[in-house]
Ligand binder design. Structure first.
Ligand code: SAM
Length: 175
């Protein structure tokens, strides 16, 4: 991410959760850039607001308490996106029943693709180990696998020597 995101860029945290990625992105874009962050849970928005306040980064972030599937209503097509991060699954330390879902995740990915600048990047950290996770992981993998290679480069990074069901990372870069 730090090789793609520069000061002044507009980026998306599609699943802010406890705010770790939001803080990281806010530091990368600096005071001249902006992060739009989404999460459906009040607890996630509260935790992220507090993490941003603590790091004095609130002024370069807008938090939306809504599903990332509504991103197209909030981010105009003339607001180019340099990078978007999805950390799928459930909120660590929160309600494990509230998880990201295949349809809404892919709706958001497609909306971001339409706004992605050349060389812009979508990163998805995909977890398949929790109930519902395998279905989402398969849907995301199927979608990414079938993207036109002339338009997008898609890479998959994964642990191959870990027990249980380790997460893997998908990176979708616009050509
Ligand atoms: N990146 C976060 C961090 O640094 O703590 C962790 C994110 S956590 C794995 C996944 C988050 O996705 C949860 O907070 C959950 O509420 C959120 N979520 C679930 N469905 C969502 C949706 N449709 N739109 C946005 N966020 C959603």
């Amino acid at each position: 991410m730090n090789q793609v995101v520069n000061p002044g860029d507009h980026v998306i945290d599609a699943t802010v959760g406890n705010g770790h990625d939001t803080v990281y992105l806010a530091k990368l874009v600096g005071t001249t850039g902006h992060v739009d962050g989404f999460d459906i849970q009040p607890a996630a928005i509260k935790a992220t607001t507090s993490a941003l306040d603590k790091a004095a980064l609130s002024h370069q972030v807008t938090l939306w308490q809504m599903g990332h599937e509504h991103l197209a209503d909030k981010i105009a097509t003339d607001q180019p996106i340099k990078c978007a991060v999805f950390n799928l699954g459930y909120l660590p330390g929160g309600d494990k029943q509230i998880i990201t879902k295949p349809t809404t995740t892919l709706t958001a990915v497609k909306a971001i693709q339409e706004r992605l600048v050349t060389n812009g990047l979508i990163i998805l950290l995909v977890y398949a180990g929790h109930p519902g996770g395998a279905t989402e992981a398969q849907a995301v993998l199927d979608y990414a696998t079938n993207l036109d290679q002339h338009q997008f480069q898609v890479l998959q990074y994964q642990f191959i020597n870990q027990v249980h069901v380790p997460p893997y990372l998908l990176a979708i870069q616009k050509r």
